[in-house]
Design a protein around this ligand. Structure first.
Ligand code: HEM
Length: 248
């Protein structure tokens, strides 16, 4: 049996996945951590306090998971949704009533979107409460602010897509408010809508922002954000630098 395991772990196929041997030596244990993307997201040393569930409530991680759920359910919805003023509403009705698990996908997408706004705001409050916006984490705070704005932007643009009365009037009111911003307001409203009223141009613009531009920017910013947590020395420690735990 031991021979079999040895020959499997020494094979070229195994080595193409894992560049280290069995984690039974110090060096192999270190390699397990540093050659695996998920383990490598964590810093080599962490403080005991930051490991407590109550230091973060896992809110950043929950926001990341919600983003992944939104991406997956969004891709499935895109197989049926048609971004045209003639067909958008009907395509959503067909998705809900005729497509297997269509209603589940739509509801998961909608609830995950609501939850993400709530969770990201709570995450921001937690970061503020634990003073994690202070140097050296001020850059990551700014990345976070962009992530919050993009999360709100994704919710806003998604709201128009079902093309029902609620969508139409919510976006009419929302873009009218944007139009009152000093100096750039009217131009911004025109750019968003592709005209002076909510119509086909607005729908296709909101669709492009919702399914492509914002998700890509968010995925990029979230990657920098999570990478930066590691580079800033792990989570902010509440109560000083004592008790560093060496996990290597
Ligand atoms: C899409 C939205 C966001 C995602 C996916 C996200 C993800 C994460 C993750 C996974 C962490 C690691 C620890 C944790 O769970 O708390 C983290 C930490 C952090 N986040 Fe976010 N975040 C988002 C939005 C924000 C916002 C809105 C802010 C503030 C304006 C922010 C500021 C920070 C800071 C400063 C840290 C480091 C905290 C520390 O060192 O204790 N993030 N974020």
């Amino acid at each position: 049996m031991a021979n079999l395991i040895d020959s499997i772990t020494a094979s070229r196929v195994w080595r193409s996945f894992f560049r280290h041997g069995w984690p039974d030596t110090e060096i192999n244990r270190s390699l397990v951590m540093t050659t695996n993307i998920f383990f490598h997201l964590h810093p080599v040393k962490v403080s005991r306090k930051s490991l407590r569930a109550s230091s973060t409530w896992g809110l950043g991680v929950i926001a990341t998971i919600l983003f992944i759920i939104l991406t997956l359910t969004g891709i499935l919805i895109m197989f049926y949704y048609v971004p045209s003023t003639e067909m958008a509403y009907d395509s959503i009705i067909i998705l809900q009533t005729k497509v297997l698990y269509g209603q589940l996908m739509r509801n998961m997408h909608r609830w995950a979107a609501h939850a993400m706004v709530l969770v990201v705001v709570l995450h921001m409050l937690r970061v503020f409460y634990t003073g994690a916006y202070k140097p050296p984490r001020e850059f990551n705070w700014v990345v976070g602010v962009f992530l919050l704005l993009m999360t709100l932007g994704a919710s806003f643009t998604g709201y128009l897509l079902p093309w029902d009365q609620l969508s139409f009037w919510a976006i009419t009111v929302g873009t009218n408010i944007a139009g009152y911003a000093p100096l750039i307001g009217p131009k911004m409203r025109f750019m968003l809508l592709g005209g002076f009223e909510v119509g086909q141009n607005a729908l296709i613009r909101f669709y492009a922002l919702h399914i492509m531009a914002l998700p890509l920017l968010m995925a990029g910013a979230a990657s920098v954000h999570i990478w930066r947590v590691r580079k800033d020395g792990g989570l902010a420690m509440q109560g000083g630098q004592e008790e560093l735990l060496d996990i290597e």
